[in-house]
Design a protein around this ligand. Structure first.
Ligand code: ADP
Length: 893
């Protein structure tokens, strides 16, 4: 157990003897024993003992100690005022943080100051703007199973963004399907129940075991009902109810709740989160499925190459959003591309219209920049964490809505017209804030200066009293000078004695009867009068009461606004959609994309792209060569050859990205595109060549391939790049061939298959729907020139050997290499069945081209076999040279 967590041993031993404050600390640590407790003592959050030592080291703050009658305890404090950056470091170090605040003023009641955990901050439950990325969601997940009695194998995942209120759930009997949904939303934390050992969770996700009772069906049903009504109407499986119920309870727990701590033990529940108004149950099959491998290799959110620029991603190219709301919406669209042509076309119509009207688009973008993060704002308002500035931010956003709305008033397409309707400017809310809250309020909400003049008669009275009192005092000096004839008489104020009248020593004789001496200074005396004291009390009293009243009024206004949570969320949604559409239109116009034509889902699957480009690569280099692609049921398997670096993998990925973008409802980087929506994109692309989780490249590859073979169907798009690279050439070829045959014969998925194994192009001779494409390179004056141009047919030429020449490998060696290549080519011709002779029993035949233990051609066996297994096209010239040099030496031995 981490010594920073749970009650410190030194305290646990003698809990009952501890001072009341330390007992309070001990008990909070015991109650929040998976979190590091930050214990407010005045201006500092303190930690003690093990936690103190740990935080001192982590945060590089001084370790001190606190001594009382029961002993000495190591102690570390961080300032309450800028705790956020410290909390961030604690989270990064893997801690959950329980913030125990003083919830009453010291001295307010006898005994120790009351404290309560007001929030538990964990990676998945952050609400602090400073700790969150504005334009991305931050999800906490909960996973749960069905009854667990073996009959109901459903696994469910619920996902909640506590900061925005986005709440989703789904379930499936396939563990993999849930794993894919989890990777899609990349939660930063997962709440798990008792039987979680097999839960599919990403590595960088904090796992939080949570109260098993919260997952129990009955209790979860009750929890969900408390928010959304009967779960039956909303959710599809018991597992979903359990996951949602537990997640809601966890969110409540993380929110903390002063009430529940006051009678600790009675209930563990935190306070409700009223802004959770929608729970969306979805079926993963409603969206284009992208598993973790596809997300990575298609560079949706993370660049593929480690060294690549951070924005070398699809989102980096497309994100022209002006608001955090729009940024998150766009990410969600990319994460979940659509399948239904109608829904896709609705977005495309809007994008097209906005692409065409530059001025509207730019004007919208301009206005959207003034839109605050309404989702998080209303969350804060609802959690009673918003200050007056937050309300003004809401008001300022509402102020731009009418203009945004107006710009969409004459829209042609349905989607934009709907948005026009949905953009409710919430005039009543805006008016309320305008009336109640001053334009530039202070951060503090307890010190007055917030509520506008004229909003509340009582407040105005109090302020009037204070003002009159002050005026009376302002006038006092002149009045008293006249009354006493002392010209040097002064009225002043200090914080200890309040208002006073000061008379210098030479004038003391003129002091009237009613002056009462308060203070004697060297050259003067200070006096008060009963009337002055009365006035002063009146002013101070009025000001104090005004501050209190302001706070009350502010809370009333805040909760009135919180009552409108659903309308604010609906508005946020509409604004987010407008922003995301404008962003897609901006990218389309800026990068010269075209509107894809979307084919019916019941028609044959066809993909026809002319002049396609890779959206990310074309942004990162000076020029890009467009290439087309045509796939249809009878031409569905393309075997693509070409040497290393000729453009194979770029070509394949660009096609998949074009399809994906089309299904997002985006324009695409092409001259024209006709696209049938696909259900799923599978990729087995070089990206995961990096050893993943300690498994060998080959294992990773086979794992990915197994998934593809198991799960792909005729509505999947499959990309295979250099399959079989992780093993010896012969095995690799055999596997690649078998896989391709299977995909062709059994799966029927449109497939792009890139290989430098030349013999594989012969697959196209006997697989009906297979065809070949290639990238040619040119030798020019010893230089290798890449044209990056796709052409029909198989590649010619043994490029590796050319490169060896170019690198200056001795002529004799190159000559010998040519001979060997020729011999290998003879041997490795695939003896596939004659295409005319009908479906063959290929499994029995050997399609393996070169045997590794084959006879010698005048070379020692070991050298011959090493030469054979050299993947020339994959070697750099220098590597080729080194290899040849080594082999030459072997021959000389
Ligand atoms: P391969 O998969 O054949 O090894 P890649 O697809 O990785 O080759 O391409 C290698 C490099 O060539 C890319 O990083 C890119 O810079 C460039 N490239 C690829 N395709 C094109 C193209 N169509 N136009 C311009 N440059 C390209």
């Amino acid at each position: 157990m981490d010594p920073a967590l749970g009650p410190p041993d030194a305290m646990a031993e003698k809990r009952d003897e501890l001072t009341p404050m330390m007992r309070q600390y001990h008990d909070l640590c015991a109650r929040y024993d998976d979190a590091l407790v930050l214990f407010q003592v005045g201006d500092f959050y303190e930690t003690f003992c093990g936690a103190a030592e740990r935080t001192a080291r982590l945060l590089e703050v001084t370790l001190t100690s606190r001594e009382d009658s029961t002993g000495e305890y190591p102690m570390t404090g961080i300032p309450v005022d800028n705790a956020e950056s410290y909390v961030e470091e604690l989270l990064e170090a893997g801690y959950r943080v329980a913030v125990a605040d003083q919830i009453e003023e010291p001295g307010e009641s006898p005994g120790v100051v009351e404290r309560a955990v007001t929030r538990v901050i964990t990676p998945g439950t952050l609400t602090e703007d400073e700790l969150l990325a504005g334009d991305d969601n931050n999800f906490v997940a909960a996973l749960a199973r069905g009854d667990g009695d073996g009959d109901d194998e459903e696994l469910a995942v619920a996902l909640l963004d506590v900061s925005t209120g986005d709440f989703l759930a789904t379930s499936s009997s396939s563990r993999e399907a849930i794993a894919d949904e989890v990777s899609r939303f990349a939660p930063s934390e997962a709440v798990v129940g008792p039987d979680a050992s097999d839960d599919p969770l990403p590595e960088d996700c904090m796992v939080t075991p949570f109260n098993p009772d919260a997952f129990a069906l009955e209790r979860a049903t009750e929890t969900v009902s408390g928010y959304f009504g009967e779960p039956e109407a909303l959710l599809a499986a018991d597992a979903e109810v359990r996951a949602c119920g537990a997640l809601l309870e966890y969110a409540e727990y993380a929110r903390g709740g002063a009430e529940s701590d006051a009678d600790a033990g009675a209930s563990d529940r935190g306070a409700r989160l009223d802004y959770l108004t929608h729970l969306t149950r979805y079926d993963p099959r409603e969206y284009l499925l992208l598993d973790a491998v596809a997300l990575r290799s298609l560079e949706l959110f993370e660049p593929r190459a480690v060294r690549a620029r951070e924005d070398a991603t699809l989102i980096g190219v497309l994100d022209e959003t002006a608001s955090a709301l729009g940024g998150r919406a766009l990410r969600d669209w990319l994460r979940r591309p659509l399948l239904e042509p109608d829904r896709i076309e609705a977005r495309l119509d809007a994008v097209e219209e906005l692409t065409g009207s530059v001025r509207t688009r730019e004007h919208l973008h301009e206005l959207l920049r003034d839109v605050y993060d309404l989702e998080r704002l209303i969350g804060r308002i609802s959690r009673e964490r918003a200050n007056a500035r937050d309300l003004r931010s809401l008001r300022d956003t509402l102020a731009v809505v009418p203009e945004i709305r107006e710009l969409l008033a004459d829209a042609d397409c349905n989607r934009l017209r709907e948005l026009h309707e949905d953009l409710d400017p919430l005039a009543d809310v805006r008016e309320l804030i305008d009336d109640a809250v001053v334009a530039d309020p202070p951060i503090e909400i307890t010190e007055g200066g917030i509520v506008a003049e004229g909003y509340d008669a009582d407040l105005d009275d109090l302020r009037g009293t204070a003002r009159d009192g002050k005026q009376w005092i302002d006038d006092l000096e002149a009045r008293e000078r006249e009354r006493t004839g002392i010209d040097s008489l002064k009225v002043g104020y200090n914080s200890v004695h309040g208002y006073y009248i000061e008379v210098t020593n030479p004038n003391l004789e003129a002091v009237p009867e009613d002056y009462q001496r308060r203070q004697t200074l060297k050259n003067s005396e200070r006096f008060v009068t009963p009337e002055l004291k009365d006035r002063e009390d009146e002013i101070v009293g009025a000001e104090e009461r005004a501050d209190e009243l302001e706070y009350e009024l502010f809370c009333e206004v805040r909760s009135a606004v919180a009552n409108e949570v659903e309308r604010v969320q609906a508005l946020a949604d509409a604004l987010a959609t407008v922003d995301a559409l404008v962003s897609l239109a901006t990218a389309a116009a800026q990068y010269d994309y075209c509107r894809p034509e979307i084919r019916d889902r019941d028609a044959d699957l066809e993909i026809d792209v002319e002049g396609g480009r890779h959206p990310v690569v074309e942004r990162t280099q000076e020029s890009f060569v467009p290439n087309g692609a045509v796939l249809s049921p009878d031409r569905r398997l393309a075997v693509i050859t070409g040497p290393n670096m000729s453009g194979k993998s770029t070509y394949m990925r660009q096609l998949a990205q074009i399809v994906l973008l089309a299904q997002v409802g985006s324009f695409v980087p092409a001259e024209s595109a006709r696209i049938s929506p696909v259900d799923r994109i599978f990729t087995r692309v070089g990206a995961s060549d990096d050893i993943a989780g300690g498994r060998s490249t080959f294992m990773v590859e086979m794992d990915e391939l197994a998934t593809i073979l198991r799960e792909a169907d005729e509505r999947s798009l499959v990309l295979l790049d250099e399959v079989g690279r992780g093993t010896s050439t012969a095995d690799g070829l055999a596997i690649a061939q078998a896989i391709t045959e299977h995909l062709h014969d059994e799966v029927g998925a449109p497939t792009l298959f890139a290989t430098h194994h030349h013999p594989l192009t012969e697959l196209a001779d006997y697989l009906e729907a297979a065809f070949t494409l290639h990238f040619e390179v040119e030798q020019r004056e010893g230089e290798v020139v890449f044209h990056h141009e796709i052409a029909p047919g198989a590649a010619t030429g043994s490029y590796g050997v050319e490169v060896a020449t170019a690198a200056g490998v001795p002529a004799a060696v190159v000559e010998r290499s040519r001979e060997l290549v020729a011999e290998n080519a003879d041997e490795s011709a695939l003896d596939g069945p004659d295409p005319q002779s009908g479906p063959p029993g290929r499994a029995d035949e050997s399609h393996v081209p070169a045997s590794t233990d084959g006879g010698s051609q005048g070379l020692p066996d070991d050298v011959a076999s090493e030469l054979r297994s050299l993947e020339l096209a994959h070697l750099t010239p220098v590597e080729a040279l080194t290899e040849l040099d080594r082999l030459q030496r072997l021959l000389e031995e």
